[in-house]
Design a protein around this ligand. Sequence first.
Ligand code: TYD
Length: 222
Amino acid sequence: MRQQGRFITFEGGEGSGKSTQAKRLAERLKLRGHEVIQTREPGGSPGAEAIRHLLLSGIAKPLGPEAETFMFAAARDDHVSTTIRPALARGAWVVCDRFIDSTRVYQGSLGNVDQRLIRALERLVVGETRPDVTFILDVPPEIGLSRVATRGNAVDRFEAEHLEYHRLLRESYRDLAEQEPERCVLVDGSPGADAIAVRIWMQVSERFLRPAGAIATPRASL
Ligand code: TYD
């Protein structure tokens, strides 16, 4: 019998290491013979990648956080319908770097966009296509931002925000992990990438890859 694919998302502040971990998890699943779609937001489909440019360059910033929220939702709509849903429907695993929680935190908690609007857009755009598990990489913003600085790339619209913004971002992600302990796993992002990858793999295999009959004991925090 064909095994069912799962939808796994990675979240966290700037330089938290989530993109590295998303890539490593996708590679590990592929090694086990699964079909894996590794994707990201904003982006992940041609239409959404076009909108990504408007959002990250800062062109859309003067329109305000509400307009940015609509643009993230438009990008997500294209991404979900052309990339994520078809992949899950054929049994593939989807590993996505950022998803609905980024909107809840960046536009909602930090941008003060009404959470009722954000949840309404989620229902409309995402519907039942919710992540099975979300790993939230947690690092102090000083560490995250210094990692971003050593990459040597130009900073984007959100990376350029002040330190206090990044502190609040971290707190909002931690609150979110507390609010949804079944889905969200808070992962300490300070250790080396190898140690973090092992912890994430343990969670994925405990939750989804155990032989039938084995008792899974998901832990909300690592
Ligand atoms: P990206 O270059 O993908 O970097 P990273 O994910 O490593 O930070 O930047 C995406 C940026 O977009 C990031 O600063 C968070 C922001 N973002 C939102 O504000 N809302 C959203 O819904 C999403 C998906 C991303």
